[in-house]
Design a protein around this ligand. Structure first.
Ligand SMILES: *[C@@H]1O[C@H](CO)[C@@H](O)[C@H](O)[C@H]1NC(C)=O
Ligand SMILES: *[C@@H]1O[C@H](CO)[C@@H](O)[C@H](O)[C@H]1NC(C)=O
Ligand SMILES: *[C@@H]1O[C@H](CO)[C@@H](O)[C@H](O)[C@H]1NC(C)=O
Ligand SMILES: *[C@@H]1O[C@H](CO)[C@@H](O)[C@H](O)[C@H]1NC(C)=O
Length: 281
């Protein structure tokens, strides 16, 4: 059980090393992304590490990506800090997780030996904390009236890997944000298909990119993509495997790279359904 989870987690780690960082970002101002959450994982080999972000949507609930808590990642999950700007903020407690709920149709090709095309479907999950967070505003979520037009300016935020990161200091200490532009889904699918990675979903995905070397990378997964402060996306993935390596065309931090996000508006009925079932709507 542990070994199996460990293997999957190792595979995912490879993926997260390559495929998900805020490259090209700038330090967030205090209060700019007030509902941000950061997920810490611990292994005997790495110590405590940040591999994912999230957002506080109820005093006891953090919204994140499915692959941040599934496929053995949960075995390593050490806790969540909420509403922080700096990872080493001594005032921010590491909160304990009571359980998590992954979307029932979540799919990760990297945990599927029969997969032919890499991808993540329905990459969304809710993390339930063991007690309420006070003094942190709740993230406003997109609904079916929220329209994201191609070209619109969006803001991504995270502590993901940045250029020049080392194994010892893989994450920036201060939250980074960066501007990305929404990209038409069809265009995005074609971009992934050019790398033979065409498993991108339909309405469950949003896509964003930049003509600059702006993009998300490892450690940003689960974090927010915001439109005027409203969360429209959850950081999901870029290219998978070798194609994602630093310096590769389309890889982390390359100009013109596109990133896929889980669409919050699309998953809103599922999120609201879970909150209702928990008595938290
Ligand atoms: C989390 O759990 C540990 C171990 O039970 C406990 O020592 C710690 O105080 C808890 N943290 C919070 C923020 O409740
Ligand atoms: C939008 O969401 C509201 C609230 O959940 C729902 O009542 C309405 O039917 C939805 N509209 C569409 C077009 O899906
Ligand atoms: C890249 O992100 C930075 C930081 O937010 C921003 O200043 C810059 O305008 C972005 N570049 C593009 C082309 O969007
Ligand atoms: C995609 O697959 C085709 C057919 O197998 C191959 O010729 C091509 O080199 C591949 N392209 C990339 C970017 O891997």
């Amino acid at each position: 059980m542990w070994a199996r989870a460990g293997l999957l987690a190792a595979a995912l780690l490879l993926f997260s090393q390559g495929a998900q960082a805020i490259a090209g970002g700038i330090e967030a101002a205090p209060g700019e992304v007030p509902s941000i959450a950061v997920m810490f994982y611990e292994t005997p080999y790495t110590g405590k590490r940040v591999w994912c972000g999230g957002t506080l949507i109820r005093p006891t609930v953090v919204l994140t990506a499915g692959h941040c808590v599934a496929d053995g990642m949960d075995e390593m999950l050490a806790g969540v800090k909420v509403g922080v700007l700096r990872l080493d903020d001594p005032a921010a407690p590491l909160r304990n997780i009571s359980r998590f709920i992954v979307h029932p149709d979540y799919y990760n090709s990297q945990a599927d030996p029969d997969a032919t095309t890499p991808g993540l479907d329905n990459d969304v999950a809710l993390v339930l904390l063991d007690g309420p967070v006070e003094g942190v505003p709740l993230q406003r979520l997109a609904d079916n009236s929220t329209e994201v037009e191609a070209g619109e300016a969006l803001l991504a935020a995270g502590w993901g890997r940045v250029p020049g990161a080392t194994a010892k200091t893989p994450n920036p200490n201060t939250l980074l944000t960066m501007e990305l532009a929404a990209v038409d889904l069809q265009e995005c699918k074609e971009w992934f298909a050019a790398f033979n990675q065409s498993r991108l979903g339909g309405a469950d995905n949003l896509c964003a990119g930049s003509s600059a070397a702006n993009g998300t990378c490892s450690g940003d997964s689960g974090g927010p993509l915001l439109l005027d402060g409203v969360q429209v996306g959850i950081v999901s993935h870029g290219l998978f495997g070798e194609a994602a390596r630093d310096g590769a065309p389309g890889g982390c931090g390359s100009a013109g790279q596109l990133n896929a996000f889980a669409s919050v508006a699309h998953f809103r009925p599922w999120i609201d359904g879970v909150l209702a079932a928990e008595g938290l709507l």
